[in-house]
Design a protein around this ligand. Structure first.
Ligand SMILES: Nc1ncnc2c1ncn2[C@@H]1O[C@H](COP(=O)(O)OP(=O)(O)OP(=O)(O)O)[C@@H](O)[C@H]1O
Length: 509
């Protein structure tokens, strides 16, 4: 069999946890091979070993049939293995070419040979249908384009095996389709791809085979065309899963959040949200649908107190909070699951325990007269860890940086729900989560609603918006272009509104 990569019997232990336990993954040349596993199953660790970031404790790696020792990423690069990480590694003030040649520059005399490099990048870009401008600055191009630059970086270094770590998590629906085309172009040219993703639809659409791992062990490798999404999901979590959300009709009560004529500028000082009004009542979930970058982030930041609006007001339970501090808002009952878990959600070098009390460490029982009560904090964190199934090597004492992405997300959600807020703002709450965890988080959000809390849900996943929300507001270019009852709408109508076709139903905010 013609394998580009064989990973055989791989084992890797971290303090307190076996991240990979006898895992086998064989990548055929010219295939897209999905790697599927629940959060913390060990996918990133396995790929870290292939890319030379970690050393396996046991097992064998073969590239093109030959046993290799991949001591660091440079060795991986020389062996033709490239990786696009979830968080891109680009210098935003550099151009595309400068980023791509960084670390492997060629010179003419003392001068960097940017011209030849740009020409080669242009050729590669055309050959694989990437459409990247070598002279554009990274900060001026979209996230989707930046990802293509990462792909080009690998191709420039002659990678034959490309590892894509949850590549669609940051992409818009159109960009996801485009990436599918790019992957097809790559394999047509003989490249092989390992695709880490939680999205079964994408595996179905793009992958030939899929290896499923659970709790560090290989469950099996299946032929994707012959295996249903449900079957793959069940292999992954080891039990039956349902994709449908069960919920009773909402019983909305008093208005909890009232946003009135809010206008907010973005970092570039342009109006990102204009004259936006919305109400969220107790006992309902209001979803905000929109293509990424249409003012959702600015709306959330203005409500959470992270950004000052230009005009308009924000009220919580009747009280104006437009200019109130973040802590004041938290104390009055706002919980916030932020968009970027690493930048806004967590302090990565703190333990789980410390992260769980970031908003409440100054209150009893977590501290008294300025002295922290470590035991109370640990117990508080352990409760969240248990009820949200946050998996880590050393429980509450684990440093958050060492947690898998999905477990970091579960920790944040647990922390915010534990605050029992009157208004819970959930931004992309299930980004990077496996289907089992998504099911659980959805249940918990609905439970909040049924307890009479107001939930504002912002998500780029239309399915999530449609399944969870009671009402849906659609934003386009910072304006509210429609607000509809979730039970009376469908994907098509929301899609039209997202594209900017106005259809205000005459209903109030
Ligand atoms: N550097 C590290 N130090 C200690 N523990 C680690 C380290 N890296 C990973 N782990 C642990 O190993 C386990 C596997 O993590 P890994 O990141 O490989 O999972 P994953 O399958 O990629 O998960 P996700 O889908 O959530 O990103 C987790 O329990 C994680 O906490």
């Amino acid at each position: 069999m013609d394998y580009a990569v064989e990973m055989l019997g791989i084992r890797k232990e971290f303090p307190g946890i076996v991240a990979n336990d006898d895992i086998t993954l064989c990548l055929k040349r010219g295939e897209v091979h999905a790697l599927l596993g629940e959060n913390g199953a060990g996918k990133s660790t396995l790929m870290g070993i292939l890319f030379g970031m970690y050393q396996a404790d046991r097992g064998l790696v073969k590239v093109n049939g030959k046993e290799v020792r991949i001591g660091n990423p440079n060795v991986a690069t020389k062996l033709g293995i490239g990786m696009v990480h979830q968080h891109f590694k680009l210098v935003s003030t550099f151009t595309v070419t400068e980023n791509i040649i960084l670390g492997s520059e060629t010179r003419k005399g003392f001068v960097l040979d940017v011209k030849t490099a740009s020409r080669r990048i242009e050729e590669l870009s055309q050959r694989y249908g990437l459409n990247v401008d070598p002279y554009a600055k990274i900060e001026d191009i979209s996230v989707g384009m930046q990802q293509r630059v990462e792909i080009l970086k690998m191709l420039y270094r002659d990678a034959e095996v490309l590892i894509l770590d949850e590549p669609t998590a940051v992409l818009t629906p159109q960009e996801i389709l485009d990436l599918g085309v790019i992957m097809r172009n790559l394999i047509q040219e003989g490249k092989s791809i390992i695709l880490i993703t939680h999205k079964l639809k994408e595996i179905k659409a793009n992958a030939h085979r899929c290896t499923v791992i659970r709790r560090g062990r290989t469950i099996g490798t299946v032929d994707v065309a012959a295996t249903s999404e449900l079957a793959m999901a069940e292999m992954m979590v080891g039990r039956q899963v349902t994709f449908k959300v069960d919920k009773k009709p909402a019983v909305p009560g008093a208005v909890v959040l009232e946003v009135d004529s809010l206008s907010v500028k973005n970092n570039k000082k342009c109006l990102a949200l204009s004259d936006f009004s919305l109400q969220v009542r107790a006992g309902e979930i209001v979803g905000i649908a929109g293509v990424d970058g249409n003012g959702q982030s600015e709306l959330v930041e203005a409500i959470a107190g992270l950004r000052k609006p230009e005009s308009g007001t924000v009220r919580l339970k009747g009280e104006e909070i437009t200019a109130m501090s973040v802590r004041g808002r938290i104390q009055r009952g706002i919980g916030h699951i932020p968009e970027d878990r690493q930048k806004r959600g967590l302090v990565l070098d703190y333990s789980i325990a410390e992260n769980m009390v970031l908003e409440v460490y100054h209150r009893e029982p977590h501290s008294r007269r300025g002295i922290l009560n470590k035991l109370a904090i640990k117990q508080y964190a352990e409760r969240i860890i248990a009820s949200f199934d946050v998996r880590s090597g050393q429980g509450a004492a684990s440093i958050v940086r060492s947690l898998s992405g999905g477990n970091q997300q579960k920790a944040i959600i647990g922390r915010e729900i534990e605050l029992n807020p009157d208004l819970l703002i959930a931004v992309q709450p299930t980004r990077g989560l496996d289907v089992g965890s998504i099911e659980y988080i959805h249940k918990r959000l609905i439970e909040q609603r049924d307890k009479g809390k107001a939930v504002l849900l912002i998500s780029l996943e239309l399915d999530e918006i449609l399944n969870l929300s009671d009402r849906i507001a659609v934003v386009n270019q910072g304006e509210r272009v429609g607000i509809v009852e979730a039970s009376e709408t469908d994907e098509n109508e929301i899609g039209m509104l997202m594209a900017g076709v106005k259809a205000e139903g005459g209903e109030g905010a």
